[in-house]
Design a protein around this ligand. Structure first.
Ligand SMILES: [Zn+2]
Length: 48
């Protein structure tokens, strides 16, 4: 699945800062609050 383009978050969901870097092996690392996280696409619509 490595050919799927990753979504790039603009803001850290925890502290709201924008200083995000790609993390190894996956996800993003917030330089400000030192949290790593990953965005997951759950599908379209409101869900069940
Ligand atoms: Zn943060």
């Amino acid at each position: 699945m490595s050919d799927t383009p990753r979504m790039q978050p603009f803001y850290c969901p925890y502290c709201g800062e924008q200083d995000l870097r790609p993390a190894d092996p996956a996800g993003f690392h917030c330089q400000v609050c030192d949290r790593r996280f990953e965005l997951t696409f759950l599908g379209l619509g409101e869900g069940a």
